[in-house]
Design a protein around this ligand. Structure first.
Ligand SMILES: NC(=O)c1ccc[n+]([C@@H]2O[C@H](COP(=O)([O-])OP(=O)(O)OC[C@H]3O[C@@H](n4cnc5c(N)ncnc54)[C@H](OP(=O)(O)O)[C@@H]3O)[C@@H](O)[C@H]2O)c1
Length: 270
C-alpha cells in the first residue's frame, strides 16, 4: 500500500492480517512514475490500497497544480502498475446541492480544487485499471492524523463557548472502521465505485461537535452558526451525505460508536 504513514494509511496497515508492504511517502513518492513501477515489481502485490493523497482542502485552492499531480495523475500511475487498486475518494466530488443522499451513479460536480483533483484521480484510476474499487468516503477521523475531533477537543479545553457550522451535513467516518471495510472490499471482485461512510443518522458539524463534547464529558457551550460566518478558501459541499445503490453495500457501524472507539484509542496516546 501507499501513503502508509497517513491517517487512513496507518489504520489500513493495522487492519491487514496478511503480509503487507506498507510504503510511506518517504519510501515511495507516487508522483515518480518509475519509482511506482519499480516498487510494484519488487513488492508484487495482489492489490494496492492507495492512501497517498494531497488532503489540504484549503491549501489546494491556491495550489491546484500539485494537488492535481498527486490526487489525479499519480493515482493513475499507481493504478496502471497495480494488478488491482482500492482508491479512496471523497464526498467533495459532489456539489452538495442534491438534498438527498448521493448515490454512486449521481452526477459529480466538484466546487473546489481539491474536489476537482480527486475527481481527476477517479477518472485516471478507472482509465488505467478495470480492476478498481473507487471508495468515496467523508469526514474522516482517526488516531493517525489531525482531524475535526482533535480540533474540537483542543478548542473545547481552552474556551467556554464554541461556534460550529450547522449548515453542512455529512457522515463522519472513523478510519478504523473504514480501513477494515477497504481490506474486506479488496478481497472481492466488486469493482467500480463504492460509497462507504460512517453509519447512523447524518449530521451537521455542529451536531458532530455536540456529540464529541458529550462523549468526552467536556462542558462547553456549542453554538450553531452558518458557513457564511466561517468563510474558508475552499467551498464545501453543503449536503454531502453518501448513500449507496449497491445491492449489498458495505455498511459501517454508527459514527457515534466510531467516535467512542476513537476517544478510547486516542486516550492513552495523548
Ligand atoms: N481526511 C478526510 O476527512 C477525508 C475525507 C474523505 C476522503 N478522504 C480521502 O482519504 C484518503 C486518505 O486521507 P487521509 O486523511 O488519511 O490523508 P493524510 O493523513 O493526509 O494521508 C495522506 C498520506 O499521503 C502521503 N503523501 C503525500 N504526498 C505523497 C506522495 N507524493 N507520495 C506518497 N505519499 C504521499 C502523506 O505523507 P506526508 O504527510 O509525509 O507527506 C500522508 O501520509 C485520501 O485519498 C483522501 O482524499 C479523506
Amino acid at each position: 500500500m501507499t501513503g502508509a504513514g497517513g491517517m487512513l494509511g496507518r489504520d489500513v496497515v493495522a487492519a491487514v492480517d496478511q503480509d503487507v508492504v506498507a510504503l510511506t511517502h518517504a519510501e515511495l513518492d507516487v508522483t515518480d512514475r518509475s519509482a511506482v513501477e519499480r516498487a510494484m515489481a519488487e513488492a508484487r502485490p495482489d492489490v494496492v490500497i492507495n492512501c497517498a493523497a494531497f488532503t489540504d482542502v484549503d491549501g489546494a485552492e491556491s495550489d491546484e497544480g500539485p494537488a492535481t499531480v498527486l490526487n489525479g495523475e499519480a493515482a493513475g500511475y499507481v493504478a496502471a502498475a497495480a494488478p488491482a487498486i482500492v482508491h479512496p475518494s471523497t464526498d467533495h466530488v459532489f456539489d452538495g446541492s442534491k438534498g438527498a443522499p448521493y448515490l454512486e451513479s449521481d452526477a459529480t460536480g466538484p466546487r473546489s480544487a481539491y474536489g476537482r483533483s480527486k475527481l481527476a484521480g477517479e477518472h485516471a484510476v478507472a482509465r488505467a485499471n478495470p480492476r478498481h474499487f473507487i471508495v468515496r468516503t467523508s469526514w474522516l477521523f482517526g488516531v493517525g492524523g489531525t482531524n475535526f475531533v482533535d480540533t474540537m477537543l483542543g478548542a473545547g479545553r481552552d474556551r467556554d463557548e464554541l461556534k460550529v457550522v450547522d449548515d453542512q451535513v455529512g457522515r463522519p467516518t472513523y478510519t478504523g472502521h473504514l480501513a477494515a471495510a477497504l481490506v474486506r472490499l479488496a478481497a472481492t471482485d466488486l469493482y467500480g465505485i463504492h460509497h462507504i461512510a460512517g453509519g447512523g443518522a447524518a449530521c451537521s458539524w455542529f451536531e458532530f461537535a455536540t456529540e464529541i463534547f458529550r462523549q468526552a464529558e467536556i462542558d462547553v457551550r456549542v453554538v450553531p452558526c452558518t458557513t457564511e460566518e466561517f468563510p474558508r478558501p475552499a467551498p464545501r459541499p453543503a449536503y454531502s451525505v453518501l448513500g449507496s445503490e449497491r445491492p449489498d453495500p458495505i455498511l459501517l457501524p454508527d459514527w457515534r460508536s466510531g467516535l467512542a472507539a476513537y476517544l478510547a484509542e486516542r486516550a492513552p496516546a495523548r
